[in-house]
Design a protein around this ligand. Structure first.
Ligand code: NAP
Length: 493
């Protein structure tokens, strides 16, 4: 195994695979994709909990250049996404670049040699001209810091480490968390267990889900006439674009749109939950869109079941056999399920230590100044680094719109380098500052600034209280800029 490469990609999910496909298109074949897990697929390899399904229409939640006509449902189950990831890796011959069970600990720019040194947990060091970090947004599981949790003698399962061998039948279970993951999981767990207590800190907005099975005949038509599926994809993408722009980014102009969404969710709740007190507890008190809403037809009715309890008192402690809330209510449990989500702003951004030019530490710089990245992908002081999961990089609702616009950015940037015979790029400070100022200004129209978000506990906000995760432009604008950004925004050497 050689230790120097054209590019090192960290992460074998859809981001890393997209970057690899793009690099190969540009003629670079000497790539290595490092993955800490034992297989490819990122989120869709790690998450296997019952009820897992994509919450973006599948025809849209896939690469536009690699459509899959065979999705079984409008919102495909998680296992189909994993299968699709394997299909993409096979089709684009990416597996030969991948090294699994390989934990990257850090990367350091070598100014003299003009390359990145990448350190692995094993003690090995690799080097490459380009470093692409594709470590995901929701990839560092959040373990709740609850008093006594380590003393619990029963089974503890985080949703990112589902234990298929554990039989829930007849158990007394607790689920902590009511985010999008819990909304999918709770109805499934409720079917199995004897008692289920759901610990909710912040209720989530839930709208009805219009999911349908895709008949075999339609799948065949998609395969035989790809333009039909393209049309469906365009429809799905357009709806998502409207939701994002009107519901989140242009809240100033489209405030009534959010109100309608809230009304739909409240009516859904009123129809599905019988007990007024439970309904009250499940009603969010923050503006729709401040945190990721979700949809489900089975979540709310689960709380009508006599063996399912909704607990909204803050958790005081976990002991050997149960959970106690601050108001003294104790519940005996056999299994504790943590649907507590992900740590974005402390453990991620970046997921590994990255030291750029003159010893500049990316994580420190982001925390000590502001979270920022030119076009959501490059940073001044970090030559030849493409950081796919950066502030302002997430564009639209489907992750694939983000990945594909970043592939376009790579195409333009690395193409410009080839034309110039350059081996080093670095975004200029001026271009970075201009982009940051523009994104900051745009955020002032969004629900994050104008909505009532204080009680939402939303992971869209970083520790400085800024909503720097989503790119506050339309995806059309993101894609346009990816193919047209001024080449002089970069210095080439
Ligand atoms: P999440 O949205 O961050 O939700 C975590 C939940 O755990 C929240 O209800 C949170 O309460 C609660 N929590 C965390 N720490 C806690 C503590 N110490 N005590 C009590 N409660 C605690 O995470 P998620 O549900 O895993 O979803 C993350 C994202 O993944 C979603 O927004 C979505 O983008 C994505 N997702 C997608 C799909 C899909 O495509 N099918 C499915 C699932 C998830 P607070 O809200 O009060 O912090």
């Amino acid at each position: 195994m050689r230790s120097h490469h054209d590019a090192i990609i960290v992460g074998a999910g859809f981001g890393g695979m997209g970057a690899a496909i793009q690099l190969r298109r540009l003629g670079y074949d000497d790539l290595v994709i490092l993955e800490r897990e034992s297989d490819l697929g990122g989120t869709w390899h790690v998450n296997r909990y019952p009820g897992l399904a994509v919450d973006i229409p599948s025809s849209t939640y896939s690469y536009s250049f690699e459509p899959n006509p065979y999705w079984s449902r409008l919102y495909a189950p998680g296992a189909e996404l994993k299968k699709y990831a394997v299909h993409v890796a096979d089709t684009y011959d990416l597996k030969r670049h991948m090294r699994f069970d390989t934990v990257v600990t850090g990367a350091r720019w070598d100014e003299e040699a003009r390359l990145w040194h990448v350190s692995l947990e094993s003690g090995e060091t690799l080097s490459a001209v380009w470093l692409v970090t594709a470590t995901g947004f929701l990839s560092q599981p959040k373990m709740p810091d609850i008093d006594g949790i380590d003393t619990f003698a029963g089974k503890v399962i985080h949703t990112t480490a589902w234990d298929d061998s554990y039989d829930l039948a007849g158990k007394r279970a607790a689920i902590i968390g009511t985010g999008a993951t819990a909304v999918q999981l709770i109805p499934e767990v409720a079917k199995e267990v004897a008692e289920l207590t759901v610990y909710q800190r912040t209720p989530i907005w839930v709208t009805p889900k219009s999911d349908v099975a895709i008949p075999k005949a339609v799948q065949k038509a998609f395969a035989a006439l790809p333009f039909t599926q393209k049309a469906v994809r365009l429809g799905g993408t357009s709806v998502l674009e409207v939701l994002m722009v009107a519901g989140v980014l242009k809240y100033r102009e489209f405030r009534p749109f959010s109100k309608v969404a809230e009304k739909i969710a409240l009516r859904h709740l009123a129809r599905q939950v019988r007990d007024p007190e439970t309904r009250r507890k499940l009603t969010p008190d923050y503006t729709f869109g401040c945190k990721r809403p979700t949809f489900s037809n089975t979540y709310y009715p689960t709380f009508n079941k006599p063996h399912v309890h909704l607990e909204t008192g803050s958790i005081a402690a976990v002991d050997k056999t149960g959970i106690r809330t601050v108001d003294g209510h104790r519940t005996e449990i056999d299994v504790l399920i943590l649907a507590t989500g992900f740590n974005l702003w402390d453990a991620n951004f970046p997921a590994i230590e990255i030291i750029g030019r003159d010893g500049k530490n990316l994580g420190k710089w982001w925390r000590e100044t502001r979270f920022q990245a030119y076009e959501g992908i490059t940073m001044p002081g970090f030559p030849n680094l493409l950081s796919l999961n950066s502030p302002y990089s997430y564009s639209g609702l489907s992750y694939f719109t983000t990945v594909e616009s970043q592939m376009k950015h790579m195409d333009r940037l690395l193409g410009a380098m080839q034309e110039r015979g350059a081996t080093v790029f670095e975004v200029t400070q001026e271009a970075n500052d201009r982009f940051l100022a523009r994104m900051t200004a745009k955020l002032s129209d969004s629900v994050f600034t104008l909505g009532s978000c204080a009680s939402a506990n939303s992971y869209y906000f970083n520790q400085h209280g800024e909503a720097t995760l989503l790119r506050p432009t339309s995806t059309i604008a993101a894609h346009r800029e990816a193919v047209r950004f001024p080449l002089e925004d970069y210095a080439y050497a």
